[in-house]
Design a protein around this ligand. Structure first.
Ligand code: AMP
Length: 511
């Protein structure tokens, strides 16, 4: 197996890699690093979680380590473009970590924050700019930064850039870079438009692909719970209050939905915060920092905002709503079970989402186990059932016949019962507990617990119950197989020898 030391990376970088605890390069790294060091253009087909950031960052730092002079004012040697601000910040963090034993400079250029600090940093000149396309284009058109000395350009998560409509901005930015440059394009999928982008901006690229991650890793314990749309919100807090939930990401389909869910969770006494496109960059970063540090236990996110986020220790991913794009399911649940850990992914599925579930199962090639409600959820289910019974009983109670009232346990009308419920609820045992069940049976009546009480009691009852209820998937782990197809062999061998940051002639079209 290839080792990092075999790749020819500079000593300070190897030291940093060791400090990160990496022993061997991942398949995408084993494919990309040597090709990048020989100056070739690369199409990398890989998702987040495969180690792709280090794959392009380590050779980039290697080239910077060889430079004798700093970058000229208002220029950058290398440009990395990413679809989201969070991903840009994360890539910059990786560069700082892998470059901590060598001199280098990195600046993040993203929207949603004041441009002043970016302008000042760019004025000095930087080794690496990590940017989202919109803000970078602003700076380029105002002359804050020139890209005519940028000899390495990396487009990360290109398919997301396409989805977010960044391609026109990318084309303008690329037109400001020299023809003589090294270009990498990384994408989880390769739709036609991304192929076209690659054809337009890359010259005889080497293609390195890791097996598509359509199969979630087998360390993720997946399950699905069928639920009515209206019940999902009530079910979420009990589920997240279970003891085995250390740190969770809840996915919603819309920004508005994320806000509503967050409000509910906070009301239930949980530390939750939302991250989505309507939040300011400062809010998004603050939330992400809080989540990473453990101050925020639950992150409620939309797909785009969470894309590429790498936080270790996420114990649970909850799909509050199933995604309508099946691949998003794989991306979402891949936020857990990182760095060799295991994780739990639970999806709520309502009637309208059954079709999405079928598509997801087709993509991942397995049937996701249906989760039986247990622990706090079972309490909730009990409560729903009991409330339904209440309604029936109430309807009977509210009827004209005295006989009906007697038959239903003499509880009186619905309104009176509600009032009694709230006055006595505090002293009740938890729903679902033996004590509670006996009491209910004995009382022949429905006395609903207030939601908050159900949550906390559900938590203590359900310890150790929920974990491992659904079976781990007997599926092969999505293992990467780097396939360096030497499409780049037609390129001049003069490129060999680690010159990716150096000028070399190219013929391009469409830039
Ligand atoms: P990425 O695909 O770049 O988002 O990386 C996913 C995770 O893999 C990050 O947490 C990295 O720290 C980690 N990682 C990257 N390269 C390696 C490696 N060679 N060995 C172990 N972990 C790695």
């Amino acid at each position: 197996m290839t080792q990092f030391k075999d790749l020819g990376l500079a000593e300070p970088i190897l030291k940093a890699v060791t400090a990160e605890g990496y022993t061997n390069p991942t398949p995408i790294q084993a494919g990309v690093i040597p090709a990048m060091l020989t100056g070739q253009d690369i199409v990398g087909i890989a998702q987040t979680g495969t180690g792709k950031t280090a794959a392009f960052t380590l050779p980039l730092l290697h080239e910077i380590s060889k430079q004798k002079m700093g970058p000229a004012p208002k220029t950058c040697r290398a440009l990395i473009m990413a679809p989201t601000r969070e991903l840009a910040a994360q890539i910059a963090d990786s560069i700082r970590a892998y470059g901590k034993y060598m001199r280098h400079s990195v600046t993040v250029v993203v929207g949603g924050v004041k441009p002043g600090p970016q302008i000042r940093a760019l004025a000095r000149g930087v080794d690496v700019v990590v940017a989202t396309p919109g803000r970078l284009l602003d700076h380029v058109s105002r002359g804050v930064v020139r890209l005519d000395r940028t000899t390495t350009v990396i487009l990360d998560e290109a398919d997301q850039m396409l989805d977010l409509g960044f391609v026109p901005a990318i084309r303008q930015i690329m037109a400001s870079t020299p023809d003589e440059r090294q270009t990498l394009l990384l994408s989880a999928t390769m739709p036609k438009q991304i192929r076209r982008l690659a054809n337009d901006f890359l010259t005889r690229p080497v293609e390195v692909s890791v097996a598509p991650n359509s199969k979630p890793i087998d360390r993720i314990d997946q399950s699905v719970i069928f639920a009515e749309k209206v019940d999902k919100r009530k079910m979420l807090a009990p589920l997240l209050s279970e003891d085995d939930v250390e740190c969770a990401i809840v996915f919603t389909r819309t920004k508005h939905g994320a806000d509503k869910v967050t409000k509910d969770l906070i009301k239930s006494g949980l530390q939750a915060s939302a991250i989505h496109g309507n939040k300011s960059q400062n809010q998004r970063q603050k939330t992400l920092d809080g989540f990473k540090s453990g101050n925020i236990k639950i992150l409620v996110a939309t797909d785009i905002a969470a894309r590429g986020i790498d936080v270790s220790g996420v114990s649970h991913v909850i799909n509050f709503e199933l995604p309508n794009i099946s691949e998003s399911y794989v991306h979402r649940i891949g936020r857990t079970a990182r760095a060799g850990k295991s994780g739990i992914a639970i999806s709520f599925c309502d009637g309208e989402e059954r079709a999405y579930l079928r598509d997801i199962e087709k993509l991942i090639g397995i049937s996701i186990p249906r989760k039986k409600m247990d622990g706090a959820l079972a309490n909730y289910a009990d409560k729903v059932a009991q409330n339904n019974l209440d309604k029936v009983v109430g309807a009977l109670d509210d009827g004209p016949s005295q006989g009906n009232r007697n038959n239903s346990g003499g509880q009186g009308g619905g309104q009176n019962r509600s009032r009694r419920r709230s006055s006595t609820a505090q002293n009740k045992p938890a729903w679902g507990s033996k004590q509670s069940r006996n009491k209910r049976q004995g009382q022949k009546q429905g006395q609903s617990q207030p939601q908050g009480q159900t949550h906390s009691q559900g938590k203590s009852q359900s310890q150790g119950q929920s974990k491992g209820q659904s079976q781990g998937q007997a599926q092969g782990q999505a293992q990467g197989q780097a396939q360096g197809q030497s499409q780049g062999q037609g390129r001049s061998k003069a490129n060999a020898g680690g010159r990716s940051l150096q000028a070399r002639p190219k013929t391009r079209s469409g830039a």
